[in-house]
Ligand binder design. Structure first.
Ligand code: 3PY
Length: 253
């Protein structure tokens, strides 16, 4: 059985007080509403990690994630945060390769390989993002394009390593635009990616990997997207900043 994961990507939002309020609400609703078969991952900006972790405490199935980490192990890299430091603060997941990082911070496939390796070496779970631009979708080359992102960044990993990776398919044209891929479009891409992983690592490994959909998933469209057999959860942007919406998404399976 693949893990069902609803991960909130807070991006560069939330002051200290706002983050505390949001986390408390989410944790309380999650407990009170008896959500048992879904894992939540909260991915706040770095300064929130420690206080958010304190609020999560030992709540079962609620995890702490970061939105990025360094490709380096440690040392004189001012402004960077290593996977090792994140692990020491109770972080269990790290979002890597979000299209905003690929576009604004010029992160490429080979840099992402190094980041994935750092995350795995420190016992954490990478949430590896991939997705195509509108131009590529319209040209009809989206499947080879996204498959290549996986091949280039992840296919040097061993089967044991890749089995620990969570994939998040986020079509760039659906990020922050309010547009969402239809559930059929999402299913088609998720199935393609799973087959692609199976072609290299075998069906058993491919079947064990959770593939999340990201890109304007919200309380209104989550149930439809999550009903698809290869959609194993969501990486949620704006709707993760509203506790009721985030919990509604988690309850949409
Ligand atoms: C979105 O929902 O727009 C996201 O980018 C999630 O990562």
């Amino acid at each position: 059985m693949r893990k069902k994961i609803i991960a909130g990507n807070w991006k560069m939002n939330m002051t200290f007080d706002e983050g505390q309020k949001l986390t408390s609400e989410i944790v309380n609703m999650f407990k009170d509403e008896n959500i048992t078969d879904v894992q939540l991952v909260l991915n706040p900006p770095f300064p929130h990690l420690h206080p958010v972790k304190k609020l999560i405490g030992d709540t079962k199935n609620v995890f702490l994630g970061a939105q990025n980490c360094s490709d380096k192990e440690s040392g004189a890299y001012t402004g960077e945060v290593s996977a090792k430091i994140l692990a020491s603060f109770g972080v269990t997941h790290v979002i890597l390769g979000h299209s905003e990082r690929r576009e604004y911070f010029k992160e490429d496939n080979s840099l992402l390989t190094e980041k994935v390796k750092q995350v795995l070496a420190n016992g954490l779970t990478p949430i590896f993002c991939c997705g195509e631009s509108l131009e590529i979708r319209e040209a009809g080359t989206h499947e080879p394009n996204v498959k290549f992102q996986l091949t280039d960044s992840l296919f040097g990993l061993t089967a044991e390593e890749i089995a620990k990776v969570v994939i998040a398919y986020e079509p760039i044209w659906a990020i922050g635009t309010g547009k969402t891929a239809s559930s059929d479009e999402a299913q088609q891409m998720h199935q393609t990616l799973r087959k692609h992983i199976a072609s290299k690592y075998g069906q058993e490994v491919a079947d064990s990997i959770s593939i999340l959909y990201g890109g304007s998933m919200n309380a209104g469209n989550a149930a439809d997207l999550l009903s698809k057999p290869d959609v194993d959860g969501g990486l949620i942007g704006g709707a993760s900043l509203k506790s009721r919406d985030f919990i509604t998404i988690a309850k949409s399976y």
